[in-house]
Write a protein that binds this ligand. Structure first.
Ligand code: GRF
Length: 217
């Protein structure tokens, strides 16, 4: 299964996918394209180090949202891409790309959706909000992407305890390492193995998809 990975920052989630492909933990998956929303994302260095084709499509470089949407589509065409993976990607995708890749875009969010998500909840902010609210568990969610932030069908979640001594930074690092970088590759493998289907806007995991739901990829 060919995937494109969209990034905005450090690329630790991208690196987890690269590492798991290279050590065969993740099989039948190839990263054929990396698209960054930022010209300075360290994720681009990771792409270069592993010889993976990469380009930058930054919303700031476009006068209107529609031309940005078209540019993302252009960056995703020209080769077979079965799944689009948002890995620390912070921009909103346009309606055209979401329609073309319907049910074939997944995102990892650093909180347990529907808690601590939505347009303002990115980067360190979910973790600050978790500590401010005093919740006792947090974690990460992998969900399918639709035209609204963080509202598509949930596929996988993984939680950890919030520690009394946690700061937003320590919590973020533990969630990245123990949650995001675990469930994002797992989700990719499930889809590559055709073990995921969507029915009534819910995502389900099952053995080979022979059910009536919409198979993925
Ligand atoms: C991760 O928590 C990701 O969910 C968020 O930013 C953090 C770093 O992502 N968007 P990465 O290192 O760029 O994968």
């Amino acid at each position: 299964m060919n995937i494109a990975v969209l990034v905005s920052g450090g690329g630790t989630n991208l690196q987890a996918i690269i590492d798991q492909i290279n050590n065969q933990t993740l099989h039948d998956v190839a990263i054929v394209k990396i698209i960054s929303s930022s010209h300075t994302a360290y994720a681009l260095e990771r792409a270069k180090a592993h010889g993976i084709a990469a380009c930058v499509v930054s919303r700031k470089d476009f006068t209107d949202f529609d031309s940005y949407d078209e540019a993302i589509i252009q960056a995703l065409t020209g080769q077979q891409i079965d799944l689009v993976v948002l890995a620390g990607f912070l921009s909103l995708l346009g309606p055209k790309v979401i329609r073309i890749f319907s049910n074939r875009i997944i995102n990892v969010h650093p909180a347990l959706i529907p808690a601590f998500c939505g347009q303002s909840m990115y980067g360190i902010k979910p973790h600050e909000a978790v500590l401010a609210r005093g919740v006792k568990v947090s974690g990460a969610t992998v969900h399918f992407v639709n035209e609204h932030y963080d509202e598509g069908p949930i596929l996988l979640q993984k939680s950890i305890d919030v520690l009394s001594e946690d700061t937003p930074q320590t919590l973020q690092l533990r969630i990245m390492k123990e949650c995001e970088q675990v469930i994002l590759p797992q989700a990719i493998q499930l889809i590559a193995d055709q073990q995921v289907y969507i029915k009534d806007n819910r995502a389900y995991i099952s053995s080979r998809c022979t059910r009536a739901g919409e198979g993925i990829s």
